[in-house]
Design a protein around this ligand. Structure first.
Ligand SMILES: [Zn+2]
Length: 116
């Protein structure tokens, strides 16, 4: 097996995701290739160090900063209450005008279009 092919499979070997036959072939290669063996040991060491390393706690102010950032984003994305009120008033006025028009002329116009 070629070194390049072996090195592509080392991570999967480490994650125990290689089929047994491929895993055996890689192990066989590692016994005779100091370069790939070195890479394999570095991968194992890296995995070990990552597993042993404590998960860092964020500083106390971190969550407050996240919260304030999201509030700012929400305020930026949502329309202001004044704009919402203006829209509601305009929409309500248009609906009221339409209903007035409908009661005065709209029904008469509509019935003229209907077949007898
Ligand atoms: Zn090799």
């Amino acid at each position: 097996m070629e070194c390049l092919r072996v090195r592509e499979m080392l991570q999967r070997l480490l994650d125990k995701e290689l089929p047994e036959a491929q895993a055996e072939a890689v192990h066989l290669h590692l016994q005779g290739c100091p370069f790939c063996l070195q890479e394999w040991r570095e991968l194992e060491l890296t995995r070990h160090l990552l597993q042993e390393a404590p998960i860092p706690e964020p500083p106390p102010a971190f969550w407050e900063r996240v919260r304030s950032h999201w509030l700012q984003e929400l305020r930026r994305l949502l329309p202001s209450p004044v704009a919402t009120l203006r829209f509601a008033l305009l929409f309500g006025t248009l609906v009221a005008l339409f209903l007035l028009w409908w009661r005065s002329w709209g029904v008469a116009l509509w019935t003229r279009w209907l077949p007898p």
